[in-house]
Design a protein around this ligand. Structure first.
Ligand SMILES: Nc1nc2c(ncn2[C@@H]2O[C@H](COP(=O)(O)OP(=O)(O)O)[C@@H](O)[C@H]2O)c(=O)[nH]1
Ligand SMILES: [Mg+2]
Length: 640
């Protein structure tokens, strides 16, 4: 198998490894040449881990039976020579299904029973409770075992109307259609597949969703999983055209919220007709493409027409003509050339810029140390032929400088303690309990009657409080920066420290997530279907998912604030400490000269050695920085 998509993902993995190597060499540099702050080395480790574990999530979202599972099979798993996901006539995935590679476990298929819907737990919480899942070990080399294991994704069962209602899986229509007081529900609520496929190993993750019903029943998907996907592939089929429910999904889950979304008009093979000329067929495909684009308010070139089924068949049979006719190549190159590079750029930009800040501080430290050594060398050469008195003077001057420096440092200790205290208060302002308190009020008024207007009011209230809280936190952070600036200025003025611009804290990324949630609430509130009383179950589920999202956002805000605190304070502390060490070394040097003026030459040699060492350090850190800058540049070029 060799196509643009594989190459794109391979490239993604290659670049990630390059950044990891640069992180590693910077960490090595710090360990060899400095006393690394625990916080700093932890941060580098975290960054490396997050890069290693980073997943590029592609979500396939569409109404039931548009060919999502078939397209996933065709794009990624044709080399298995069979369907990985059930997408045969009459048998398709019934539950949202995640496919990924987890290097810490054996291949598995984990299934969450539908009955967990009776509880309030979110899927992300349940993901952390393995006991809730039914788990099957997968044998990737055993096609038979794989396909029978995957077959269970399509399982359904019949339960009483009351049971289905209790799980929120039954509406008036289902009740009307039922002849024996029973209705059909999926056996599983969610599936996770850990599968060692090369594409998944290189960081790709896939979400297959079953259709509008499941999207509506699991607000977590619409509120969290899909908005967090890096790209959403929205499917339509030529045989059905754009239906009402297609449009619903498009509006609620795809159009606005995805980082990147693509509309795919699938099953074009249904327009292939032996009795028509190629030109006639092309024109009817074109016509339907144009119509689809118009209905979705997209440009025509934003709709990709293809046949997932023929693409899968063409790949399995090695039939190049069929594969080409299927039209899948356009989608593959879109993924390889745009979606994957865009994700890369985002990831690298954030990691590179953070490491760059750290490495820059390190470089400045080395430069300061080099300055010190050079000054000492100049003095030493001035000593030659001088008497002891001059050396004594210089020594005393240096000792004086050291005590002045110690005084500044003592002073800074007070500021540092103050900053740490204020930092603690800042983090407390984002503690979990704060949000819990905000929630208590809202929930109490909702609980006696789960209605949509009540929910919208309560949520808007909550969001307003959260936004206010974010502002407060940013204000506090700005005050801390002022404090730090003022204290640092003395080091700059009196001890020649280079100026420093501690970054301000912004919680913009949290605010953006909040804005998306507010939109969702707004939309939920405006949908007349959600005003019906029997939707209580949905209102509650929606509310619980929103709360889970808000909690996630608070955790994110706190993590950002925490890392910001360290990023502003750590480099300063490090610089102050390094300078002190440097002064001590210089005093020690001059003392030795003082004790033995004849020793001048030996001292000069020692200093030269020190200088060479520092210059080597400087070159090394220069290379590391250059690497980081290059990576950021190339990524910007690849961004769409
Ligand atoms: N003719 C044709 N049928 C397709 C194509 N893609 C999928 N199908 C069929 O459509 C049905 C639904 O496909 P599936 O992938 O399970 O849809 P999903 O519910 O969106 O995952 C299955 O019977 C597939 O074989 C296609 O490109 N052409
Ligand atoms: Mg499916």
């Amino acid at each position: 198998m060799d196509n643009g998509l594989d190459q794109g993902i391979e490239q993604y993995q290659k670049r990630r490894n390059e950044i990891l190597a640069t992180l590693e060499s910077y960490r090595g540099w710090l360990e060899r040449h400095t006393e690394v702050e625990a916080g700093q080395s932890l941060r580098l480790y975290d960054l490396a881990e997050s890069l290693k574990r980073d997943k590029l999530l592609l979500a396939f979202v569409a109404e039931f039976s548009r060919g999502k599972s078939e397209l996933i099979n065709a794009l990624f798993f044709a080399d298995l020579k069979q369907r990985l996901l059930p997408s045969d006539v009459g048998r398709t995935t019934m539950c949202p299904t995640e496919l990924f590679y987890d290097m810490d476990s054996e291949p598995y298929l984990r299934l969450l029973p539908i009955e967990t819907r009776l509880r309030d737990d979110s899927i992300s919480r349940l993901k952390r409770l393995p006991i809730e899942w039914s788990s099957v070990r997968l044998e990737p080399d055993n096609a038979q075992q794989m396909s029978s294991a995957m077959g269970t994704l399509a399982d359904v069962k019949r339960v009483s109307i009351a049971d289905a209602q209790a799980m929120g899986l039954c509406d008036a229509d289902d009740v009307a259609k039922s002849v024996d007081g029973k209705v059909e529900v999926p056996v599983w609520r969610y599936a996770m597949i850990n599968f060692p496929h090369p594409l998944l190993k290189s960081g790709l993750a896939i979400l297959d969703t079953p259709g509008l019903n499941a999207l509506g029943a699991e607000p977590e998907l619409t509120l969290n999983t899909i908005p967090n996907a890096h790209a959403v592939l929205f499917l339509l089929a030529t045989d059905t055209g754009v239906t009402r429910s297609d449009l619903d999904i498009w509006e609620s889950s795809v159009r606005r919220h995805a980082n990147y979304h693509v509309a795919i008009l699938n099953k074009v093979d249904m327009l292939w007709d032996d009795l028509k000329s190629d030109a006639e067929i092309a024109s009817s495909i074109q016509k339907q493409k144009a119509q689809t684009a118009q209905q979705l308010q997209l440009r025509e070139d934003q709709v990709i027409a293809l046949s997932a089924q023929k693409a899968l068949l063409g790949k399995i049979r090695g039939d190049k003509a069929l594969l080409q006719r299927s039209g899948i190549a356009v989608l593959e190159s879109l993924l390889a050339d745009q979606i994957i590079p865009a994700r890369q750029a985002m990831l690298y930009k954030s990691v590179c810029s953070e490491v760059q800040t750290m490495a820059n501080a390190s470089r400045q430290n080395v430069a300061m140390q080099l300055d010190g050594v050079r000054q000492d060398m100049e003095q030493l050469s001035a000593f030659s032929g001088k008497n002891r008195e001059i050396v004594t003077n210089l020594r005393d001057k240096l000792i004086k400088e050291k005590s002045a420096y110690d005084a500044t440092t003592m002073n800074f200790k007070v500021t540092r303690a103050l900053i740490q205290e204020q930092g603690r208060q800042l983090l407390d302002a984002l503690a979990e309990e704060v949000l819990d308190e905000m929630l208590v009020v809202g929930r109490a008024s909702l609980e006696d009657c789960w209605t949509t207007p009540g929910l919208v009011r309560g949520m808007n209230d909550l969001f307003a409080q959260i936004i206010q809280r974010f502002h407060d936190v940013e204000d506090r952070a700005a005050k801390i920066v002022e404090l730090l600036d003022a204290a640092y200025l003395r080091f700059h003025r009196e001890h020649g420290f280079p100026l420093l611009n501690p970054p301000l804290l912004t919680l913009d990324s949290c605010r953006q997530k909040l804005a998306v949630l507010m939109q969702q609430v707004d939309q939920f509130g405006r949908d007349p279907a959600n005003l019906i009383m029997e939707k209580r179950f949905m209102v509650k589920k929606f509310y619980l998912s929103l709360v889970a999202e808000a909690q996630g956002m608070f955790v994110l805000a706190k993590t950002e604030a925490d890392s910001w605190l360290r990023r502003s304070l750590d480099p300063v502390v490090m610089r102050i400490r390094d300078h002190k060490k440097q002064l001590e070394i210089r005093i020690e040097n001059i003392k030795q000269v003082h004790d033995n003026l004849d020793n001048l030459q030996a001292r000069t040699i020692a200093l030269k050695g020190q200088q060479a060492m520092l210059e080597q350090q400087q070159r090394e850190i220069g290379v590391i920085l250059q690497g980081l800058i290059c990576m950021a540049d190339t990524d910007l070029a690849g961004q769409v």
